[in-house]
Design a protein around this ligand. Structure first.
Ligand code: UD1
Length: 424
């Protein structure tokens, strides 16, 4: 297995281009199943997860034209040869489950394995299933598979989510585009990726309003057409590099950053004493810290526009070298502190008590071998390693390859000493 060797203590200086958003790309790709015409996605991130979903789509009969390394991907679902997404393909990545609704809406039936995904809690799909059922789907869960049927098509419905779910909001939105009548989603997730998906679906002929607010309305249409859509920039990638620059020190400009989607992250960084200049029109964020101490800041993860759970681990890495004690509360997932013991191997002083991690800042982290446990946790170890004295080996970096495009290249371009070491 590959690992990363990082020699810390070098400040980061330069420009980092931000890639297309993984989380958005995965749902946009699923949208191709709703139309017989080609969907072209530009600004596509080349990642293990997006490549993996393209293979799943191909196994359903979608013609995929996406040359290696290319940022444009053409998906043509003129004919589907299968409506079954098997266990082996869905278990590796939870977002694969989102192919269920589109296939059901288009073909009237679909069978999809229950998902796997990151080891960050139980992560059930009950809200996804309740939404499809409310639209008239007949669902059976048998031997780990969801068998769904809607012989006369899906019907519009009013769906009130008991709590906010990004995946369930997107799944319901995808399915409702081809339902008969109006669907209203209440207590919908407001993440920027929801608005990105709605923009793409509307370009395909859907009629969606309110995406990005807590109430989304979808007027079902007979059929959708092809379209070309640019994937929004990755706010989590941008936030991650902002924290890397803050932790290692230096002067980094993030280029093509989704500034408007990063309010809570920018606020937390500024409160910790880091200089952040965000320019929404230019889509740039400049992060500077030259020798000044970091202040301890408390954060609470919340659905958007709150502080994102996908940046919690990275912020913990930063707080582990701040002056004072910070309390980081994880409200979205029940088991998302697996990076804490690994950060402690680098000398961080972190105590986890239920939903809270109490982080006492230390003067200096020191390099050590550590193990990546999930996607965002892995990158928090990279951030800590960049700030640490000496060498860190981050093992099991396949998690990083799932979600960060050209990570070593982007960091070494700013002066980081980081190398991939091939494992056997
Ligand atoms: C998406 C993101 C993930 C991010 C998360 C929260 C993608 C591919 N992934 O995940 O990176 O961390 O949003 O911002 O976009 N839940 C249920 N039942 C359901 C659905 C969810 O109980 O049917 C729970 C989950 O276990 C979790 C909470 O709801 O505790 C929020 O999950 P959700 O917003 O659905 O996250 P994902 O869409 O899986």
């Amino acid at each position: 297995m590959d690992s990363l060797k990082i020699t810390g203590g070098h400040s980061l200086n330069g420009t980092i281009p931000i890639s297309g958003a993984k989380n958005s790309a995965l749902k946009l790709m699923a949208a191709c199943l709703l139309t017989r015409e080609p969907l072209t996605l530009t600004n596509m991130p080349n990642l293990a997860d997006t490549r993996f979903l393209s293979q799943l789509l191909a196994s359903l009969g979608v013609e995929v034209y996406w040359p290696k390394g290319d940022s444009e991907c053409r998906l043509n679902a003129a004919e589907l040869t299968s409506t079954i997404a098997p266990y082996d393909q869905v278990r590796k990545m939870r977002a694969s489950f989102n192919v269920l609704g589109p296939m059901l809406a288009r073909e009237g039936h679909a069978t999809v394995s229950l998902p796997g995904g990151c080891a960050i809690g139980a992560r059930p799909v009950d809200l996804h299933l309740q939404a499809l059922e409310a639209m008239g789907a007949d669902l059976k869960v048998e031997a780990g598979y969801v068998k769904a049927a809607a012989i006369h098509g899906l019907k519009g419905a009013k769906i009130v989510f008991p709590f906010v779910s990004v995946g369930a909001t997107e799944h319901a939105m995808l399915a409702a585009t081809l339902a008969k009548g109006t669907t209203v989603l209440e207590n919908a997730a407001r993440e920027p990726e929801i608005a990105d998906l709605a923009n793409c679906l509307n370009a395909m002929g859907a009629n969606i309003s309110g995406a990005g607010t807590a109430t989304v309305q979808i007027e079902g249409v007979e059929a959708l057409n092809g379209a070309t859509h640019a994937v929004m920039a990755d706010r989590i990638e941008a936030g991650t590099y902002a924290m890397a620059a803050a932790a290692a020190g230096g002067d980094v400009t993030l280029q093509g950053a989704p500034v408007g989607a990063l309010g809570a992250m920018i606020d937390a960084l500024q409160r910790s004493g880091v200089a952040v200049e965000a320019d929404e029109a230019a889509a740039t964020i400049r992060v500077q810290r030259n020798g000044s101490a970091l202040k301890a800041v408390n954060v609470n993860t919340q659905p958007h526009p709150g502080f994102p759970t996908d940046l919690q681990a990275q912020f913990m890495a930063l707080m582990s070298i701040a002056d004072g004690t910070s309390v980081i509360r994880e409200n979205i997932f029940e088991n998302r502190f697996m990076h804490a013991p690994e950060l402690s191997r680098l000398g961080a002083d972190i105590q986890v008590r239920g939903k809270e991690a109490i982080v006492k800042g230390v003067e200096q982290l020191r390099g050590a071998p550590v193990m990546a446990t999930d996607l965002r946790a892995s990158v928090s170890l990279v951030i800590a390693a960049l700030a640490a004295e000496g060498e860190t080996q981050v093992n099991r970096i396949y998690h990083l390859d799932r979600g960060f495009e050209r990570l070593e290249e982007k960091l070494s371009g700013c002066g980081a000493e980081i190398q991939r070491v091939d494992g056997e």
